[in-house]
Design a protein around this ligand. Structure first.
Ligand SMILES: Nc1nc2c(ncn2[C@@H]2O[C@H](COP(=O)(O)OP(=O)(O)OP(=O)(O)O)[C@@H](O)[C@H]2O)c(=O)[nH]1
Ligand SMILES: [Mg+2]
Ligand SMILES: [Zn+2]
Length: 303
C-alpha cells in the first residue's frame, strides 16, 4: 500500500508530540528518527512539514520532512511568520517608543513584516488621542502600517482580522498591553490567559505555557506570545543598524562626512531633519542606542 503523506503546518509543540494542521484535519505527530538526529535544528510552531499518516482514525502521524523556512523568530521560536503584530497602548502601560523602535529594528533584522497596533483606545481623552496621533504619524510616514483597537468597545477588530487574513502572525508586545484580550475577540471560543483574572467571569483559565498557532481558517494562523518588559534585539554589524531605520537610511548620503554615524557630527543631515521635526528625535536616539549596543557587543566578542 502506498504511504499516505500530506503537507501541513506545525501549530503547536507539546512535550512528546507536535500538532500539525493539514488540509484534511489536525494530526498528532511524532518526528521521524532521521529528522531528530539533525543537529542545530528543532522543529518549531510555524514550520511547514510533510507528514505520513500512521492512523487515520486516531489522527496520528509522523513528520517525515521539513520545508525550508522563510523566516525564523527565535524568542519565542516561531517559523515562517508573515508578520509580527506589535501591540502597544498609550497608557496602562504607558507608550514606550523605545520598545517600538527596538521591535521594528528586530523584525526587519529577522526579515519579518511589522504592524503596530495601538490598543486601549477607549482610555484616551482628546488631548491624549492627539498626542498619540502625532507619534503614530511618524511611524506611518516611514512606511509602517498602524491600527487602533479597543477591546471593551470592540473597535478596530475587523481591521485587525483583515490585516491577519491569509497570513501567519504573532502578537507580541510588553506585558499588559492587551494581546491576549485582542485574541479573545478574534477567537471567541478560546479562553486566552489574560493579565487580570476577573472573579465573576473566571477568565484566564487557558494556562498554556507553550506557543500555539490558532487557526482562523486553513490559511490564517495567529500566535499569542508572553509579554516582556524589554525588547531584545538580535546582533548585527553596527554599520548596518541604519538599514533598519528607513528614514535615517534614506538621507545617509546627504551628511557632510560619508562616515557620519549621525551622532552630533557637523553637517549631519539627520540632525538637521530632527531639528526641523521631519525625523522624530526619539528615532535618532534609539538608533544611536542600538548602534552603540552593537558596537559594545562586537568589542566584547574580541576581549
Ligand atoms: N480599557 C481597556 N483595557 C484593556 C484593553 N485590552 C486589554 N485590556 C485590559 O488590560 C489588561 C491586560 O490585558 P492582557 O490581554 O492580559 O494583556 P497581554 O498583552 O496579553 O499581557 P501579557 O500576557 O502579560 O503580556 C487586562 O486587564 C485587560 O482587560 C482595552 O482595549 N481597553
Ligand atoms: Mg497575554
Ligand atoms: Zn549624519
Amino acid at each position: 500500500m502506498p504511504e499516505l503523506t500530506l503537507d501541513g503546518v506545525v501549530v503547536e509543540e507539546q512535550k512528546n508530540y507536535y500538532m500539525v494542521s493539514t488540509q484534511k484535519n489536525d494530526l498528532r505527530c511524532t518526528v521521524k528518527g532521521a529528522l531528530l538526529k539533525k543537529r542545530n535544528f528543532r522543529i518549531s510552531a510555524g514550520d511547514a512539514v510533510r507528514v505520513q499518516i500512521i492512523n487515520e482514525d486516531t489522527a496520528e502521524g509522523v513528520i517525515c520532512e521539513t520545508k525550508e523556512r522563510t523566516s525564523f523568530l527565535p524568542r519565542p521560536p516561531l517559523a515562517n511568520l508573515s508578520q509580527v503584530v506589535f501591540v502597544n497602548c498609550f497608557k496602562h502601560p504607558s507608550l514606550d517608543t523605545e520598545a517600538i523602535d527596538r521591535f521594528l529594528f528586530s523584525s526587519t533584522a529577522y526579515g519579518i513584516e511589522a504592524v503596530i497596533v495601538f490598543n486601549k483606545r477607549d482610555l484616551l481623552n482628546d488631548g491624549e488621542a492627539a498626542e498619540l496621533e502625532a507619534v503614530e504619524c511618524h511611524y506611518r510616514n516611514i512606511g509602517y502600517k498602524t491600527l487602533h483597537t479597543s477591546v471593551p468597545k470592540k473597535q478596530g477588530i475587523s481591521e485587525l482580522i483583515d490585516q491577519c487574513r491569509g497570513k501567519t502572525s504573532a502578537f507580541t508586545g510588553l506585558s499588559g498591553v492587551g494581546k491576549s484580550s485582542l485574541l479573545s475577540l478574534i477567537f471567541p471560543h478560546v479562553e486566552f490567559k489574560t493579565n487580570l483574572v476577573s472573579g465573576a467571569r473566571g477568565r484566564g483559565t487557558h494556562t498554556t505555557t507553550h506557543i500555539k498557532l490558532w487557526a482562523l481558517n486553513k490559511e490564517t494562523f495567529i500566535a499569542d506570545t508572553p509579554g516582556f518588559a524589554f525588547v531584545d534585539v538580535p546582533t548585527v554589524d553596527e554599520e548596518t543598524v541604519v538599514e533598519h531605520f528607513p528614514e535615517i537610511k534614506d538621507v545617509t548620503g546627504q551628511c557632510r562626512f560619508n562616515n557620519c554615524i549621525h551622532d552630533a557630527e557637523p553637517g549631519c543631515k539627520v540632525a538637521e531633519l530632527v531639528d526641523s521635526g521631519v525625523i522624530a528625535s526619539w528615532r535618532q536616539k534609539h538608533y544611536l542606542k542600538i548602534y552603540r549596543e552593537m558596537l559594545m557587543r562586537r568589542k566584547r566578542m574580541y576581549v
